[in-house]
Ligand binder design. Structure first.
Ligand SMILES: *Cc1c(COP(=O)(O)O)cnc(C)c1O
Length: 232
């Protein structure tokens, strides 16, 4: 299976009115598929596994914007900190602090999204709404002593994944919940946090996500074909 240009073009057209971003999720896919997409003009790619991302980054054009969309362990942040464009799945305070620390070492400000738990499944990672808002308040620079601010990590929005179900009413409800939390979080804007990016929607549900205010969709199988294996 290779990169489906026509599908890509159709989705780009569909999201243009909302000025949304399409991230091409290339996890488990070979370099050649990514290069085909790159030659077609794609620059935003999403990956889930640290080692796979590090290898691909080393082998592919340097102007690619790499989105880390998987579950990230604090002790692995250092491998992607030098180059990652956006980390979507920040789901703990510990991870946020680790990203700040590695950002400092790299002399960069690493952009992040906080992951919100909206699905019914226990297994999906993320904050509940109150914990998330409490954290935004805690790390708001106005509430911190000078010198203790997180200067090398910046939260620019939220990310969420709906339940794995064919019941669209459940997915719609979960997307509405995430949008509501996104709007609530806007009252915590600061130099540490701006709520600009709402990352929600994948191959099966991106239309519904856009209808509910998403401005970044993460699409894999529609663009590259079904994944036949997992790399981890
Ligand atoms: C794999 C993955 C996607 C893409 O899923 P598709 O159904 O193939 O579009 C999007 N977001 C996350 C977090 C993923 O892990």
């Amino acid at each position: 299976m290779s990169f489906r240009k026509d599908t890509y073009d159709a989705i780009v057209q569909a999201i243009a009115p909302q000025q949304a971003t399409l991230v091409a999720v290339s996890k488990t896919k070979p370099l050649q598929d990514i290069l085909d997409a790159y030659q077609h003009g794609v620059r935003d790619f999403g990956e889930n596994y640290v080692q796979e991302l590090v290898d691909k980054h080393a082998s592919l054009p340097q102007d690619i914007r790499w989105h880390f969309i998987g579950h990230l362990q604090s002790n692995k942040v250092k491998y992607i900190a030098p180059f990652v464009h956006l980390i979507h799945g920040v789901d703990s305070e510990k991870l946020l602090l680790a990203i700040d620390k590695e950002g400092k070492k790299q002399n960069r400000i690493i952009q992040c999204l906080l992951q919100v738990h909206i699905a019914q499944e226990e297994s999906k990672f993320g904050f509940d709404a109150q914990t998330l808002l409490d954290m935004l308040s805690k790390y708001n620079p106005v509430n911190l002593a000078e010198g203790t601010e997180l200067k090398n990590v910046k939260i620019i929005g939220l990310m969420g994944m709906a339940s794995f179900t064919t019941d669209e009413s459940i997915i719609d409800k979960e997307f509405k919940t995430l949008k509501r939390i996104f709007d609530a979080a806007k009252t915590y804007q600061s130099s540490f946090c701006t709520m600009n990016v709402l990352s929600m929607g994948m191959s099966s549900d991106y239309s519904m996500a856009l209808a509910n205010g998403s401005n970044l969709i993460r699409v894999g199988s529609l663009l590259f074909g079904e994944r036949t294996h997992s790399s981890s």
